[in-house]
Design a protein. Structure first.
Lengths: 139, 139
DNA sequence: CCTTGCATCTGTAGTCGCTACAGATGGTAC
DNA sequence: GTACCATCTGTAGCGACTACAGATGCAAGG
């Protein structure tokens, strides 16, 4: 089944189904030149190759890992030029990992603050809302 | 010092300094009607009251806790109408807390994936970049 | 009174990464 | 041939700001 489609190229809907990337998003990636302009049918519909499918799922995978479009672009540019610098890719990954860790730290702080605010409020019927009070408090 | 400024109202720069909210952002909050239109000097410059300063720092505090503008708007509307529903505020807080926890879970997954990818690469000089390989892998 | 120079003004456009239309065709199965 | 889904282009919207440009306001020093 996949082979038949493959022979004729994948229409955009198949690309979307295979990768989980929204059709509009695929066209968006083309517009920002993250994906190349694919071949077209006589009628003008996009026909993608298997390599392009792989490229799109690379993008999808990377996005799921939280890499920015620009980071992905940098990686793909290296791939396109057959000049993948493992060190650079590793550095990007480590840096990105650092920012993920920082986000986690930040969110945990929020979690603690929100938990204590909610606890204050859950306990008993106070006249004024202690959450609002806390938020309005100076300093 | 604050008292003198207070007597004449706070210009927008003072509001910004006191709360840490960017001047352009303060005007943005006015545009979206999160902040009221303040009085103006004869020349047309904004002059804020102390209550408006408190309101802005409420917004700032809430944003720092990750509440959306719409959530903040809902809370402030209750405050404005003197009808603060403690239960509602508590529910909003708990719901928001849930989404923070979910984000943490998600980021921890990313953290694990990125860590193992980075480790693969850091270990020894492999011919092709294992990070790129992993991202390109089908399935 | 006048200048200097920072603060503030309005209005618009850009950011990121999509998403959601509208209205017009393409392609395919019966 | 026709029904009907898939795809097309182009544009505008989201959230929450941020960044200008070009024109004024305002307070202190000479």
């Amino acid at each position: 089944m996949a082979d038949i489609t493959n022979a004729r190229g994948y229409p955009i809907g198949a690309m979307s189904r295979e990768t989980g990337v929204n059709i509009e998003t695929i066209r968006y990636y083309e517009r920002i030149e993250l994906m190349p302009q694919p071949d077209r049918t006589a009628g003008g519909n996009r026909q993608y190759t298997h390599d392009q499918l792989k490229r799109l799922s690379f993008i999808k995978r990377s996005r799921e890992l939280g890499f920015s479009i620009d980071e992905i672009r940098a990686m793909l540019t290296m791939v396109d030029q057959d000049g993948v610098s493992c060190g650079e890719v590793h550095a990007m990954t480590v840096e990105h990992l650092g920012s993920v860790k920082e986000k986690i730290r930040h969110l945990k702080k929020l979690e603690r603050a929100l938990t204590s605010m909610a606890a204050e409020c859950a306990k008993g019927d106070v006249p004024d809302c202690p959450i609002i009070e806390t938020l309005f408090d100076e300093r």
